[in-house]
Ligand binder design. Sequence first.
Ligand SMILES: Cc1cc2nc3c(=O)[nH]c(=O)nc-3n(C[C@H](O)[C@H](O)[C@H](O)COP(=O)(O)OP(=O)(O)OC[C@H]3O[C@@H](n4cnc5c(N)ncnc54)[C@H](O)[C@@H]3O)c2cc1C
Length: 388
Amino acid sequence: MAGIFVSIPYLHGVKDSEVLVVGGGLAGLTAALDLAGKGKQVTVVEKKEYPRHKVCGEYVSNEVRPYLDYLGVDLDSMRLPEINRFQLSTKNGKLVEVKLPLGGFGISRYTFDNLLYQTAKAKGVHFLFGTVTNIQCNANDFVVELASKAKLKAKVVLGAYGKRSKLDVAMGRRDLEQKSPWVGIKCHYKGYNHPENVVALHNFPGGYAGISKVENEIVNLCYLVQEEQFRKISNIERFNREVLGQNRFLKDFIARARPVFGKPMSIAQISFDVKSQVENHIVMCGDTAGMIHPLCGNGMAMAIHSAKIASAEVERFLNGVHKTRKSMELGYQKQWRKEFGKRLWMGRRLQALMMHTKWFNLGMDTVARSKLVLESLIKNTHGSPIIN
Ligand SMILES: Cc1cc2nc3c(=O)[nH]c(=O)nc-3n(C[C@H](O)[C@H](O)[C@H](O)COP(=O)(O)OP(=O)(O)OC[C@H]3O[C@@H](n4cnc5c(N)ncnc54)[C@H](O)[C@@H]3O)c2cc1C
């Protein structure tokens, strides 16, 4: 049965939007905040209520701090851990530590996404909670369909629905059969004295684990592992003990830290495929436009930065500076590639290396022996602070 075309005021008072953002993660919330600040009518459609936990390393690069200040996101009053050192250890227990040139801060996604949501709501962004199932582009506008069969209209649509949504399959962007070999696992802990200013990355057979502090003395452990390695055990507690525990730093952490969650969270099918930044006239932001390997610790900054670039181009289009949609799209793609092309290339090389266990272990050993190599890797996968 064809969906009923719901007149938008019917949906919780939301009107036809100038901009509709699909997905209220970091990229979507930031773009909504930015565009609302520029006086545009913005609606965000998000499938999950806030606050909610998310599998993530929760280290945010300072690249985006000035921009978040400009958007009125109050991080300063939260006394968040300021992180300026990076440790890397191999599974044989070698450890190297370097300074992070730009540094960053630790914040849980539970708190961060909710803070952006509350700030956006206060700025007049409309929110609808539901799952978008299809997006159609007509001559001058878009029709966005929700699982409830409600339909929304907007002049511009931003796609910010993350790394692996069924929406990509519905829009022919991804094949359902296309599998990815990575699994991500995360849990919050207390009772472990991890230094506040350090983000540590510890290698173990088949993957690596990040440890860093977030708010309220909580320590986040988040790891990425090849699915084939994980499936050999398929039980997180046993995997932690038997596989992560082969690295002496992780062994010590697992023995002493006390989990805060009832159960660790996991996600599978994490894909680092090359994607397009504009598709069917939808402007893609964050992981939907391209995801950097989490080893680089920079995906959140890239998601937020891409939202800034998109917001500027969308504003120019809505204000008539870009005379055509095509000109807006080309403007966005050009800026996106200029800002992220090199980092993603580097991230993909790292990912290719990680798929070959022997080379990965060799690479890790080399990096862990040389501060210079490590510093150069960090430099090449990170950006500079955003200037407004
Ligand atoms: C294991 C792991 C560790 C990581 N560690 C770090 C780190 O330490 N530092 C860092 O900077 N980056 C890290 N990243 C990367 C970072 O998590 C992502 O780059 C970032 O979350 C991207 O933000 P986003 O807004 O693009 O997507 P998301 O934050 O995933 O948001 C997408 C949103 O869209 C919603 N959505 C999806 N489909 C639909 C739909 N059909 N309808 C409506 N809503 C929908 C989802 O519910 C979600 O809220 C890590 C990633 C992984 C996998």
